[in-house]
Design a protein around this ligand. Sequence first.
Ligand code: CP
Length: 308
Amino acid sequence: MKQDLLGLKGMSADNIKNILDTAKTMKLILAQPNKKTPHLQGRTVVNLFYENSTRTRMSFELAAKYMSANAANITASGSSVQKGETLIDTAKTLNAMGTDILVMRHSMSGAPNVIAPLVSASVINAGDGMNEHPTQALLDMLTMYEHLGSFESFNGLKVAIIGDAYHSRVVRSNIYGLNTMGADVHVAGPATLMPQQIEELGVTVTSDVDSAIKDADVVMGLRIQLERQKKGLFPSVREYHRFFGINEDRLALAKKGALLMHPGPVNRGVELSSSVIDGEQSVIDEQVTSGVAIRMAVMYLLSRGGLN
Ligand code: CP
């Protein structure tokens, strides 16, 4: 039976560990001058993106190509979606072309869950509305794992996630994954950008960014999603940076050597100051490399029925 990756909600710790360990092996391949492997030889991967993307789309495409798959991309703006074709008909059309893995990004929460039962291809959620972005959280955890050195170190790890949690699919997938791994997740930001009942997901919530960051092992900024926002959720980007932005003074409240993370793209000078983005504690570029490795691992495991 085919497998899909729709979210991290409900994924077991053993499954997460298996993906992270597989991705660590993939990183060894990425470090070679010759990155070609036969893992997906003959398979076809299609990236169907209804929203803009640099990191996710390109890393899925490169991951597929590194593993010798046939890789193709389609965006809503350049497709028959513009002529009124529905998401379901578009997905079924791509499936009928022999797609083995369909990577989907869509603005509607739950869109991949609708498509997965309708196609024979394995569906990977590359971000659905404000719901989940599972491969992002996996790459974030891979980056942490490589710095921590063991899965045991996730136990009690203080992770402070700062910013626009309301619109963020990244925060939800990270909460599900990190909680499963035993981390202590704190979420901070303006009250107007906090989802209702987010505490019920098992996190500590505050509008006091300093208290969230204090003694944290990992500090993760979230992008202010201006494209999804109604007006008036915060006064101005300048005010936002003053009260909620992560700068050197705020980062100094975290543990010495704490990791600074951000899923990207960053609004420089808003969520993070340039000095911390380009500073010694930043692992933002490592996250990008981890993204290729995680997508290789996920597609490899899916193709063998070994994801869960
Ligand atoms: N982090 C992330 O999903 O980035 P992109 O939108 O560039 O893919």
